[in-house]
Design a binder for this molecule. Structure first.
Ligand code: UDP
Length: 218
């Protein structure tokens, strides 16, 4: 029996992360198949040279160990699928590009996807199923919760706390906090693309602009 690796989601996020997954197996000299799982598929198909199948069909494949990276940008869906995998005793897989840089005392939870050119500096704690897309960075002393998503080019400076399920849009800049007063992005907050965040963001709100302000619901 063999090991089987999978990228869950064959849409934009999954197809961008599959080459990172291939790179990772090559780096570790693991010869194994990587398939796509996508529940939008009624029947098995091929996507970018990989077998693609829905979760029920994936479960039927015989393999000694299965590892799954959930490559879907929506953190709520990642949580739902991570819970399903846990119930089925299928392990979460973490991947990172060859040119990702991680420095000292970095702890990243299971199921992370660190895309090319991501930099995570020192003394940083990150929860489950984190996505850091192309060219994002996390500076020193940040604490990041579970199911947090960084679109490309997020500049997360030092001493920032980001709570579970926050979504940080492309190119957002978050001002550094201090050791005694970190800047806090609340649970489930959404930071719009290009926003310049200069102060704490409450849970559940969306902020946009420079300086970032709460987008009132109409
Ligand atoms: N998807 C899935 N199972 C789920 C929810 C979503 O397989 O329970 C798949 C869905 O069919 C789609 C992909 O995940 O192909 C999500 O794609 P989308 O373009 O919405 O997001 P992105 O790739 O940008 O994260």
């Amino acid at each position: 029996m063999t090991e089987l690796y999978a990228i869950y989601g064959a849409s934009g996020c999954g197809r961008s992360l599959m080459p990172v997954a291939r790179e990772q197996l090559a780096r570790l000299k693991i010869k194994a198949e990587i398939v796509f799982i996508d529940d939008g598929l009624k029947a098995p198909a091929m996507v970018n040279g990989h077998r693609a199948l829905n979760y029920d069909d994936f479960k039927q494949i015989a393999a000694e160990n299965k590892f799954v990276l959930i490559a879907i940008a929506n953190g709520k869906i990642r949580e739902m699928l991570a819970n399903k995998l846990e119930q089925d005793q299928i392990a979460l897989w973490s991947i990172k590009a060859n040119n990702t840089v991680t420095m000292d005392d970095v702890s990243v939870g299971a199921g992370a996807a660190l895309s090319p050119f991501v930099i995570i500096t020192s003394n940083i704690k990150i929860g489950k199923c984190f996505h850091a897309n192309l060219y994002s960075y996390v500076e020193h002393d940040c604490v990041i919760g579970d199911y947090v998503t960084f679109a490309p080019g997020v500049k997360c400076n030092g001493n920032i706390h980001i709570e579970d399920h926050a979504y940080i849009g492309t190119g957002a800049v978050i001002k550094q906090g201090t050791p005694d007063k970190p800047l806090v992005i609340g649970k489930g907050a959404v930071i719009g693309m290009g926003a310049v965040v200069t102060k704490n963001v409450p849970a559940g709100v969306t902020v946009v602009g420079n300086p970032a302000r709460i987008l009132e619901k109409k």
